[in-house]
Design a protein. Structure first.
Length: 305
């Protein structure tokens, strides 16, 4: 589910530039949201309604029809997408059924639609079996959302054994784990759990676990996120939820770690009208073709072949 607008106060919509700059890029957007909106709690759906405006009916239809999504991807020049799903019964309303929803949705084109899933360490009855189920249905990434699950990413250090079971099995089986960092705008979310520093423990205690740090801690914890990215070889940065024009401000030394940065948009969150719009805004920064290709194409294909 989207967590914050891709535009910030004072920003204005940017008209998409010509897509002619990137015809050779085979773009993977590692972070979009295709979820069972019919499970959303009323308060969460209201946030979506306010952000989506007249797009809401189309988005509701898209959640039931993968061919609509594939059409949007074709129009926007996006080759593959990572579809974020995770249970969050208390904040969002999503149950573990969201995992099977994503797997069924991806059947329309398993090469282009990469389905993610999650395990809520506070509510799962058997964390190991829940992860095994994700592996059985072909889940590509396991998502932990501390702000929506209302638990710290390193809560196993305080005795939450289910969380260490999740990380350990993902490490053993080579399943990447995406961890939300930064704030959340949804009612009931606990943004205090969005500090990337808690990933420091996870990366140390599970050194072979591939960790995708979603959103780079924006907007409050970007310095902490860059520290974690630099310190740990097993951590990648997902740029979703960050207005592209803010990247030079949030991550002025991004080029130093270009091999560890993954493209993502958080579409269709409020403020992200099209996946293509964010791509074009990113290319307009003029960071150089080497970094652009790494972020848009080669890095995502490395961690999600």
């Amino acid at each position: 589910m989207p967590h914050s607008s891709s535009r910030e106060p004072g920003d204005s919509p940017t008209n998409p530039q010509s897509a002619s700059r990137s015809p050779s890029f085979s773009i993977t957007d590692v972070h979009i949201h295709v979820q069972p909106f019919d499970q959303l709690k009323p308060a969460a759906l209201d946030v979506m309604r306010k952000g989506a405006g007249d797009r809401l009916e189309f988005l509701l239809a898209l959640m039931d029809d993968p061919h609509l999504l594939l059409g949007v991807m074709d129009e926007d020049g996006i080759d593959r997408v990572g579809m974020v799903n995770y249970p969050s019964p208390d904040v969002m309303g999503f149950s573990e059924a969201t995992n099977d929803f994503a797997a069924r949705y991806a059947e329309a084109d398993r090469r282009r639609l990469l389905h993610y899933g999650g395990v809520d360490p506070l509510t799962t009855l058997n964390a190991t079996r829940s992860v095994e189920h994700l592996l059985e249905i072909g889940t590509r990434v396991l998502k932990i959302h501390p702000c929506h699950m209302r638990v710290a990413a390193n809560a196993y250090t305080d005795g939450l054994s289910a969380l260490s079971d999740i990380y350990r099995l993902c490490e053993e089986r080579g399943l990447p784990v995406m961890i939300h960092t930064g704030t959340s705008i949804f009612p009931g979310a606990r943004s205090k759990y969005g500090n990337p520093m808690e990933i420091d423990d996870v990366a140390i205690d599970f050194p072979d676990l591939r960790i995708i740090m979603a959103h780079g801690g924006r907007p409050l914890y970007t310095k902490e996120a860059f520290f974690i990215l630099r310190r740990h070889a097993n951590v990648w940065l997902d740029l979703s939820g960050i207005p592209p024009k803010r990247l030079p401000e949030y991550f002025p030394r991004l080029s130093e770690l270009s091999r560890k940065v993954l493209w993502g948009t958080d579409w269709p969150s409020p403020g992200v009208d099209r996946m293509r719009s964010n791509v074009d805004q990113f290319l307009a920064l003029g960071m150089g073709e080497s970094l652009e290709r790494a972020v848009l194409e080669t890095n995502p294909r490395s961690i999600l072949p």
